[in-house]
Design a protein around this ligand. Structure first.
Ligand code: FE2
Length: 360
């Protein structure tokens, strides 16, 4: 197993050698603020700019998978469904060791179970190049327009909250009674993420779970008549508020913010399941509706999914946990229930993009 970045002294070793290319770690000791994985300390460079994303053809790896999943779910693997509709905990398999067939099966299983909690992974201690190589098997990695990344590796979306840096206080949490904020990641992209990876580096003694819900079950709970009304509708998802908020704080806007129209109900390219595809984070309005009608319908749907505790789970973290979710079929929220004055939570997301959403 490769040494963790945290274990490498800046004097002792200047490069990791088992990746695709060498990484110079000399600079990672700057601004470490006590983080165990300083390489992933959130890095912001306002001069970093990227061109608009281009449309690409996406063939979902899950479409190649053997439904029996013999390469992923071997006899050594133990699985436990967290709830009937969403979430499975998996022990006894290393994502880093999976063959292409195993990765195909992982994509299918993530679509079927919506969220997979892989325990005891070596993933956080792989080289950054290897982490990217594995996850880009599922699609081109989204480069986030505003969030902290790792210096020289814009593919990493860093989530960090700790004693010296609390985004909930700095950004949007200060005056809210609850920090729960359901969203689907970067749904404003023309080709929003599919199979999404999130690995924990440091966590508080308790708390800091991620809430997930199944947008498939949220859709299934609606009456056939209501489902019919939703199908065919489209909604605009916007990156503008996120970009404006970053610019106001003096943060980066790496790409011009986009506004994209997506179906309100989308169909998964492999399983064919239908899922609601609106979220409080990025959906702005229903196309063709008057403002009041759009607000009325969206608020109904947001309330419907938010109170659906019987199709939600809490994803818990242990050292080495990698959570994989299908971002097309789920919404999620961070929880902010731990004391960031004392405890740090540090995690990294790799976000492969998938197909242009398929209308139901
Ligand atoms: Fe998110």
């Amino acid at each position: 197993m490769a040494p963790s970045v945290a274990e490498i002294s800046s004097n002792a070793l200047n490069s990791i050698t088992n990746g695709v290319q060498k990484v110079d770690l000399r600079e990672t000791k700057k601004d470490v603020k006590g983080a165990a994985y300083p390489f992933y300390y959130p890095h912001f460079d306002v001069s970093e700019k990227f061109p608009p994303t281009e449309i690409f053809e996406h063939v979902d790896p899950g479409s190649r998978a053997d439904p029996a999943k013999p390469h992923l779910l071997t006899s050594a693997v133990k699985i436990h469904d967290v709830s009937p509709y969403i979430g499975t905990e998996i022990k006894g398999v290393q994502i880093s060791q999976l063959s292409k067939e195993g990765l195909d099966e992982l994509a299918l299983y993530a679509a079927e179970r919506k969220v997979l909690l892989f325990r005891d992974q070596d993933f956080k201690d792989l080289t950054p190049e290897k982490q990217i190589e594995i996850t880009k098997y599922f699609g081109p990695i989204q480069v986030h327009p505003t969030s902290g990344n790792a210096k020289g590796f814009p593919e990493f979306h860093v989530v960090y909250r700790g004693p010296e840096r609390d985004v909930f206080k700095e950004y949007y949490g200060a005056n809210r009674s609850s920090k729960v904020y359901w969203h689907s990641d970067v749904s404003y992209e023309k080709q929003p993420p599919g199979t999404t990876f999130f690995f924990i580096l440091e966590q508080p003694p308790s708390g800091g779970d991620t809430l997930f819900l199944s947008q498939v079950e949220a859709y299934n709970r609606l009456s056939p008549e209501f489902q019919k009304r939703l199908e065919g509708l489209t909604a605009v998802h916007s990156a503008v508020p996120q970009a404006e908020s970053s610019a106001k704080r003096g943060g980066p806007v790496r790409r011009e913010p986009v506004e994209t129209t997506h179906p309100v109900v989308r169909r998964h390219p492999v399983t064919g399941e239908k899922a609601l595809y609106v979220n409080q984070g990025f959906t702005k309005y229903i196309v063709g509706f008057k403002d009041e009608e759009s607000e009325y319908l969206l608020n109904f749907l947001y309330n419907h999914i938010a109170k659906g505790s019987d199709f939600q789970i809490r994803a818990t973290y242990e050292p080495g946990t990698v959570v994989v979710w299908d971002n097309r079929l789920t919404a999620h929220s961070a929880t902010s229930d731990y004391n960031s004055s004392d405890d740090r939570r540090h995690a990294v997301r790799l976000t492969p993009q998938a197909e242009v959403p398929i209308p139901a």
